[in-house]
Design a protein around this ligand. Structure first.
Ligand SMILES: N[C@@H](CCC(=O)N[C@@H](CS)C(=O)NCC(=O)O)C(=O)O
Length: 222
């Protein structure tokens, strides 16, 4: 399925193409497109049909995973990198702190850390079979991932409690969209973001945003 959201932007160069799957790691960037009000096209890669492993898609993203962004002929993969790239195209949005500003450091910190640690633990919990072969005890992988997830939620909870309501304090940023995405996935985990006071409030506040609602409606998540 190809979804085209054309807002007839004055700057044609802002038209993005995002390869996606329902509820995949595309959710954050998809919602950010809505938040920014830019034109974009979404090309569905149905993971249930293993489309991510087709020769055609692997030629675009050799990892065989979604999302992938194409902008002005440049292919970019990795959800957090895509998110940061898109927001850097729209500095007027204020969703990415200025380069050189101390908050930019915290923004990098959270996006890199979520990507390498929180999201990785989430993947290990949801897909233990990607880490060890089936004859081994997959539950042990899940249990360890669960411990890491709980530890990570504790770190974010403390950060939000001390300097909320957003990850960067009083200023919403792209990092909040990435956190929302992982928190949304966690609803089906043993260790859920929604079980923590400040994380739960953050999740709800994001869920209430029109951009998130529109993204979820378009992805068939409501
Ligand atoms: N680190 C990557 C992970 C992307 C990822 O794991 N995507 C999942 C969907 S949420 C996927 O495409 N899985 C298909 C597969 O592993 O075959 C990112 O954040 O972009």
């Amino acid at each position: 399925m190809v979804l085209s959201i054309n807002r007839h932007s004055k700057k044609d160069t802002t038209i993005y193409t995002l390869y996606w799957d329902k509820g995949g790691a595309n959710m954050a960037t998809h919602a950010v497109f809505e938040e920014l009000g830019v034109s974009y096209e979404m090309i569905e890669i149905d993971l249930s049909k293993n489309m991510q492993k087709s020769a055609e898609y692997l030629a675009i993203n050799p990892n065989g995973k979604v999302p992938t962004l194409v902008h002005q002929g440049q292919v970019i993969y990795e959800s957090a990198a895509i998110l940061m790239y898109v927001l850097d195209q729209h500095p007027e949005s204020g969703l990415a702190p200025d380069t050189g500003c101390p908050r930019r450091g915290v923004y990098y910190q959270y996006l890199f850390w979520m990507s390498s640690t929180l999201q990785e633990a989430a993947n290990r919990w949801a897909h233990p079979e990607q880490y060890i072969s089936a004859e081994h005890n997959l539950q042990q992988v899940k249990d360890k991932a669960n411990d890491v997830l709980t530890h990570c939620w504790g770190i974010v909870e403390k950060g939000l409690a001390n300097n909320g309501p957003w990850l960067l304090g009083d200023k919403l940023s792209g990092a909040d969209f990435h956190l929302f995405m992982i928190a949304h996935w966690s609803q089906r985990y043993a260790s859920r973001a929604q079980d923590w006071t400040h994380l739960s409030a953050h999740y709800q506040a994001m869920l209430n945003r029109a951009s998130i609602q529109e993204m979820m409606a378009q992805e068939g998540l409501l």
